[in-house]
Design a protein around this ligand. Structure first.
Ligand code: HEM
Length: 431
């Protein structure tokens, strides 16, 4: 991308902050950086030695406009998550010129995107998911029982939040329970690739090669695992999502095994850490806002608001990238064909133009038009499932605790893409 001189270029220190994975573990710093950008340079270009220049899109209205316009702003043409030049070259080398390690919905554009999304979109409708609500409630109860057995203290993330959505998504996919630890490990290695507490090597990542190696090994292990599942479901169909994917037909032919495996990997990864992070975020919000917790205990109708507010407040998907397929004027700035744009969802959800008192965790927001699920053609396929999992969880949890407080310092992961709490020590009083 050749960025013209007149384009607004972010101050070097702001770019450095945005590119540093430590920033994402420090929400005050991340939020104040976004606030500065929204106020001073809502559409600015980040330039650095190791990354191709990219537009940083921080206002709610601009994120919506780009997300809705799937013809102009593509997912597939360049990396869909922020990737440095060197890693990009390595990925293209490994994948015969493609900028993506996998070929999921998030990497496709129309017409393929529409066709592949149609394979499972009925599965993810609220009405189809309703028949799974009781099974999900059972799973939620099991984890809440485990929490209650913890003698009034737990680390909500490691004891509950990382396991509950994983178990739900694995049951929906049809992955046997004994393989869940493997799925948990691989998901955390993919999303926590830059965090030595979560990644594959357990070491601090200092080079792009090191980061990519861990990521590629995790993706390849996912693929090997799901290849076996595909073969099985093609011969022995069951009532699970794996069967829907394995038997998927696109353009009158069975979908390729790379696409099928990409599909499973997307569902199992996208459907897990995101819900963990928002559920843990809800508990953090309630533990640190006792008045909101008290209101919620009095009025269970507020659970729907709690779910929406927690998803907004945590915005676990920090960004997605888009690539302009033609010249386009966005809020007065000239975006050129080939330009790369970073949609900062957390920033959109902290935009003062849309949300009153945006950093506050509040259950009195009558409308909550957040962009945590994205928007437009790629809007989160699993949004109804995510909402149902959280609603059911809180319907079960709230009658069982009367008091909630922090029992230690919460810690966030250093994840530039999908992140959230990695530790939330809680003290609670069972009813
Ligand atoms: C609170 C939880 C969740 C959040 C915040 C979230 C957020 C997102 C975001 C921001 C996107 C990109 C949207 C865009 O590009 O416009 C996305 C896409 C996607 N999500 Fe979620 N997600 C969550 C839960 C889930 C769950 C439970 C699943 C279920 C399996 C899921 C599956 C997907 C899939 C398959 C896509 C790709 C859709 C496409 O490109 O067409 N997500 N999600």
């Amino acid at each position: 991308m050749d960025v013209a001189v007149q384009q607004p270029v972010l101050p070097a220190d702001v770019t450095t902050t945005l590119l540093d994975s430590h920033t994402y573990a420090n929400l005050d710093l991340l939020s104040s950086t976004y606030a500065w950008l929204r106020r001073n340079m809502p559409l600015g270009v980040a330039k650095s030695r190791n990354f191709d220049p990219f537009w940083v899109v921080t206002r709610h209205a601009d994120i919506l406009e780009v997300s809705k316009n799937n013809k102009v702003f593509h997912n597939g043409d360049r990396a869909t998550i922020l990737t440095d030049r060197y890693t990009d070259l390595l990925v293209r080398y490994l994948r015969d010129g493609s900028p993506h390690l996998a070929r999921t919905l998030a990497h496709m554009d129309d017409p393929d995107h529409r066709k592949y999304r149609a394979l499972t979109s009925n599965w993810f409708t609220a009405s189809n998911l309703a028949r799974r609500e009781e099974a999900i409630r059972e799973i939620a109860r099991g984890f809440i029982d485990r929490m209650m057995a913890r003698e009034r203290e737990c680390d909500f993330v490691t004891d509950v939040a990382v396991h509950y959505p994983l178990h739900v998504i694995m049951q929906i996919l049809g992955v046997p329970i004994e393989d869940e630890p493997l799925m948990l490990r691989l998901t955390r290695q993919v999303f926590g690739n830059l965090d030595e507490d979560l990644n594959r090597s357990g070491e601090t990542v200092v080079t792009a090669e090191q980061g990519l190696k861990g990521l590629q090994e995790a993706v390849d292990e996912f693929f090997r695992y799901f290849d076996v599942i595909t073969q099985d479901r093609r011969i022995r169909p069951r009532d699970d999502l794996a069967t829907v994917i394995a038997q998927g037909i696109v353009d009158d032919a069975p979908i390729g095994s790379f696409e099928a495996m990409s599909y499973y990997s997307l569902v199992s990864t996208a459907g897990h850490d995101t819900v963990s992070a928002s559920t843990a975020g809800a508990l953090l919000g309630l533990a640190t806002h006792p008045a909101q917790f008290a209101k919620l205990r009095e009025d269970s109708e507020l659970i729907t608001r709690l779910v929406e507010e927690s998803i907004r407040w945590t915005s676990p998907v920090r960004h997605f990238m888009r690539t302009a397929t033609e010249d386009y004027t966005l809020s007065g700035q000239d975006i050129r064909k080939g330009d790369w744009l970073m949609l900062c969802y957390l920033s959109g959800n902290q935009d003062e133009a849309i949300f009153e008192d945006p950093l506050a965790f509040r259950l009195d927001r009558a409308t909550n038009k957040h962009v945590a699920f994205g928007f437009g053609g790629h809007m989160c396929l699993g949004q109804h499932l995510a909402r149902m999992e959280m609603r059911v969880f809180f319907e079960e949890l709230l009658p069982r605790i009367s008091h909630l407080e922090l029992a230690g310092e919460p810690q966030h992961s250093k994840a530039v893409f999908v992140g959230g709490l990695k530790s939330l020590p809680l003290r609670f009083t069972p009813v």
